[in-house]
Design a protein around this ligand. Structure first.
Ligand code: GDP
Length: 201
């Protein structure tokens, strides 16, 4: 897999100003600080694509990026939707409800949404918010890929048993979970390969 180009498309505030949906789209969700921005940068082969486009106070914004890839001589354009992080310890009940409402509405609007990538911390495991979001996505028949990031924080010997334990905890087959590290650029090929294989299924 070769990343040919990636670019910032737009920022939508509370679903106002969503780009037209014409390209296969992948949405990224995860609690704040899980490593979502770093992952999108790693997947787009850019150091600062996400932060550069982020406006301050970005909790209610959705950022869109397009990536052109080549796999075995076929060109694909994929749209990435960076959804706001959730699970601020400080977030009020009203904030959480608003987040939930925005996600619900986002999912309803995007007809070209192919997969939702749920990012969890390999070391910490899923938060209650992660579990709730996964349940919600499953109930609504969304295709899910769980990516366990910051895997570099575990020793090589710890990784396999940890991934098996996470799969059990999430009630997912082990293949539904991809280990990832933005700092070590681990899992980039596997995530893209899995995503492209899933499109249209
Ligand atoms: P976001 O809030 O989910 O977008 O998270 P960021 O991408 O901003 O990352 C949060 C923190 O985790 C930063 O200090 C990153 O340097 C760190 N981080 C992100 N990805 C990794 C990773 O794969 N490995 C390690 N060790 N740290 C990471």
């Amino acid at each position: 897999i070769k990343i040919l180009d990636s670019r910032f498309i737009t920022t939508a505030v509370e679903l106002k100003g969503l780009p037209t949906d014409h390209a296969a789209e992948v949405a990224f969700v995860g609690r704040s600080n899980v490593g979502k921005s770093s992952m999108i940068n790693a997947l787009t082969n850019r150091r600062k694509l996400v932060r550069v486009s982020n406006t301050p106070g970005r909790t209610r914004t959705l950022n869109f990026f397009d990536v052109d890839l080549d796999r075995d001589g076929t060109r694909h354009t994929v749209r990435l939707a960076d959804l706001p992080g959730y699970g601020f310890a400080k977030a009020s009940k009203a904030d959480k409800a608003q987040w939930q409402e925005m996600i619900t509405s986002y999912l309803k609007h995007r007809h070209r949404l192919e997969v939702v990538v749920s990012i969890i911390d390999a070391e910490v495991g899923p938060s209650p918010e992660d579990l709730r979001t996964l349940d919600y996505l499953q109930e609504h028949n969304k295709r899910i890929l769980v990516v366990a990031t910051k895997i570099d924080r575990l020793t090589k010997a710890q990784r396999k048993p940890r991934l098996s334990a996470l799969a059990t905890q999430l009630e997912l087959p082990r293949e539904a979970l991809v280990p990832f590290s933005s700092t070590e650029k681990l899992g980039v090929e596997e995530v893209w390969g899995t995503l492209l294989d899933t499109f249209g299924k």
